[in-house]
Write a protein that binds this ligand. Structure first.
Ligand SMILES: Nc1nc2c(ncn2[C@@H]2O[C@H](COP(=O)(O)OP(=O)(O)OP(=O)(O)O)[C@@H](O)[C@H]2O)c(=O)[nH]1
Ligand SMILES: [Mg+2]
Ligand SMILES: [Zn+2]
Length: 319
């Protein structure tokens, strides 16, 4: 049998790349492998040649799954597998940087078991009056998340505020499979073009046009970017995390969860007037307190958002 990776799925037929030769072939899944989500983009599979076609015989265990929970069904809808990282891309000018979006996608990275990276793009237009990039990077780095400062349209841009730039990002993504997420117009396509030295020309569009988000992909696929691979799937671009049960959210905020264990009361509301709340009473510098409170704030906002749908309509995302 021959080892291959699924690079595109279109219902019945799967486009595969043979691992050893790099050759592209089409294969079909039969029997119980044909069931929904058994074979998805990113899967490593074993193929067997049968008369004039390739047949998928086995699917290897996955190291990560990109999914959403299906409400009312005890099921996760898996759109891709074996992804290494999630690049959360932000614009430092227009569209305006939104901390909430970063924290939203961070919960996904935790849930999916992929490494998050946060990129601040359009740094050529950054105005320190708009937001404090050092503060944003500090709150993320205290979580262990690497932050990068780039300008996708200037190949010789030098970092001014952070220590990591586009070359470091390239190194991190090298030989891996990644997902890029971010608001429309932040420069995802432009950044991918920059990282691949223009070898992958993706469509870029003007900010704020009608039908924004020139999302033309309707199927899940892996795009070969030369030095790394990109997972593109319409199913993962949604910003909503309302498929996550409210009781599961705290686990996706490990830093907030850790501080919360120090609160005097297990039902602590984490408000400044709550007695013995660890967010306000712990030994921290003023700056450190500001960092963790900004994370608590995001947690509360997302909790309020997902609590609008009762948990009984969602099944736990745990395996
Ligand atoms: N000044 C400046 N403009 C940039 C930078 N990166 C991207 N742009 C511009 O921003 C616009 C949007 O970039 P895209 O790469 O199309 O953005 P996108 O995130 O792919 O957008 P969608 O495909 O709609 O989700 C384009 O006009 C780019 O030329 C940058 O670093 N600096
Ligand atoms: Mg784009
Ligand atoms: Zn508390």
């Amino acid at each position: 049998m021959i080892r291959a990776r699924i690079i595109k799925s279109d219902k019945r037929v799967f486009d595969c790349r043979l691992i050893d030769s790099g050759e592209f072939v089409q294969a079909t899944a039969l029997g119980n492998l044909f069931k929904e989500d058994t074979v998805v983009v990113g899967d490593y599979v074993l193929l067997e040649a049968q008369s004039d076609e390739w047949v998928i015989k086995e699917v290897e265990a996955r190291k990560s799954e990109i999914f959403r929970m299906l409400r009312r069904e005890s099921k996760r809808k898996v759109t891709a597998a074996n992804c290494d990282s999630l690049v959360i891309l932000n614009s430092s000018s227009k569209p305006a940087y939104k901390r909430g979006i970063v924290d939203r996608f961070l919960t996904r990275a935790h849930q999916w078991g992929v490494v998050p990276f946060v990129v601040f793009n359009k740094m050529d237009e950054y105005d320190p009056k708009d937001f404090d990039i050092k503060f944003e990077a500090d709150r993320l780095q205290s979580l262990g998340v690497k932050c990068f400062e780039i300008c996708a349209v200037e190949s010789d841009y030098k970092v001014k505020y952070l220590s990591l730039g586009i070359e470091d990002l390239k190194r991190e993504l090298n030989q891996s499979t990644s997902i890029f997420l971010g608001q429309s117009g932040v420069g995802k396509s432009q950044t991918i073009t920059a990282i691949t030295d223009g070898k992958t020309e993706l469509k870029t569009g003007a900010v704020g046009k009608v039908g924004k988000g020139s999302h033309t992909t309707t199927w899940s696929e892996i795009i070969d970017c030369g030095n790394f691979e990109l997972i593109d799937s319409p199913g993962i671009r949604q910003f909503s995390i309302d498929d996550i049960a409210s009781g599961d959210l705290i686990e996706l905020f490990p830093d907030v969860e850790e501080v919360a264990t120090g609160c005097s009361f297990t039902n602590c509301g984490h408000e400044s007037n709550n007695k013995g709340c660890a967010f306000y009473s712990g030994k921290r510098s003023e700056y450190e307190r500001e960092l963790i409170l900004s994370r608590l704030d995001s947690y509360k906002q997302l909790l309020a958002e997902i609590s609008q749908i009762p948990d009984w309509q969602k099944k736990s995302g745990k395996r």
